[in-house]
Design a protein around this ligand. Structure first.
Ligand SMILES: Nc1nc(=O)c2c([nH]1)NC[C@@H]1CN(c3ccc(C(=O)N[C@@H](CCC(=O)O)C(=O)O)cc3)C=[N+]21
Length: 285
């Protein structure tokens, strides 16, 4: 039997629709959520994401700024800009698109963003709050994954979740959120012996490694939920996940496609974080 498709685009649209009321209510009180996206250099893939974010802001009636800086921008100039937005009353979320050019130290930049405006959830204090279980701004892709699971009736509680990939932006935080949702979590990575066998233990398999079509049907337990966080650009320009979708389709119970899976949810969770931050900044959260 063929897996049920987890349509991230539809779920994402539904969440944005739910948010609209809240946004309108906030705006009627004179507060407009504001997001700034800062892009250094002209990575064409980044341009697509930045444009999608700006579109989402427009759709929800947010105030948004996009700052495009040349690749040779100095670290200090970027830090100064962040400082300006940290002190702005109209901006509630600051997102500096990663990766940054090599001469800029990512950590210094992330550390400079005020925790209250850290809508990516990448600041060390946000990460610490996530670990402890405090009500932080949660990283967007991981919280999008949790929403996809819950909204398709695949709540993680009591399930065995296997996460492949241990990055700071997806693997580690999504593991922590799954744990928080009462899953039993196994974290795997490039040095895990016998990955296929580990993956096959999963009720929920989350893959975030950046290797196109790595996961084949032998890696998937019959009926498992497969969440593909991969975003690989193939030579023909097409987008492709870390899961061999066609191969896995008849084994999995549920599966996210790429595109229209996790990607749109990342942007929706960014909008949700910006809304949350705007409310908190005005004593309404
Ligand atoms: N500070 C920072 N925060 C990020 O959240 C961040 C980042 N840097 N750097 C780049 C990655 C990548 N990312 C995506 C967001 C949306 C889609 C997305 O909307 N994807 C759609 C369409 C993609 C397409 O067609 O090209 C989809 O999957 O259906 C993809 C990728 C956010 N990132």
């Amino acid at each position: 039997m063929s897996a049920q498709i987890i349509d991230g685009k539809n779920i994402s649209d539904a969440i944005r629709e739910e948010m609209r009321q809240e946004v309108d209510q906030l705006k009627s009180k004179g507060v407009t959520p504001g997001l700034v996206v800062i892009l250094v250099g002209e990575d064409p893939a980044s341009q697509v994401y930045v444009n999608n974010k700006a579109k989402a802001c427009e759709q929800l009636g947010y105030y948004s700024e996009v700052v495009r800086l040349p690749a040779e921008t100095s670290q200090q100039a970027l830090l100064d800009l962040i400082d300006k937005y940290n002190r702005s009353d109209v901006i509630h979320g600051i997102l500096v698109q990663l990766p940054l050019p090599k001469h800029i130290e990512e950590k210094a930049v992330i550390d400079a963003i005020s925790v209250e405006k850290d809508v990516d959830g990448f600041h060390p204090v946000s990460v610490g709050n996530l670990m402890i279980g405090d009500d932080a701004l949660l990283p967007c892709t991981p919280s999008g994954v949790i929403e996809l699971l819950k909204r398709t009736g695949n709540s993680p509680a009591g399930k065995h979740a296997v996460v492949i990939g241990r990055s700071n932006i997806v693997g580690k935080p999504v593991s922590m959120l799954l744990l928080r949702e009462n899953a039993t979590v196994t974290m795997c990575h490039s040095r895990t012996p016998n990955l296929p066998e580990m993956a096959r233990q999963a009720d929920i398999l989350v893959v975030a490694v950046g290797v196109a079509k790595l996961v084949k049907k032998e890696w998937v337990k019959e009926g498992a939920v497969v969440i593909d966080v991969g975003m690989n650009r193939l030579p023909d320009g097409k987008l492709c996940g870390d899961v061999d979708y066609d191969d896995v389709l008849d084994t999995a119970g549920w599966i996210t496609p790429v595109p229209r899976g996790v990607g749109p949810m990342t942007i929706t969770m960014l909008m949700a974080n910006t809304l949350k931050s705007a409310k908190r900044a005005n004593g309404l959260g």
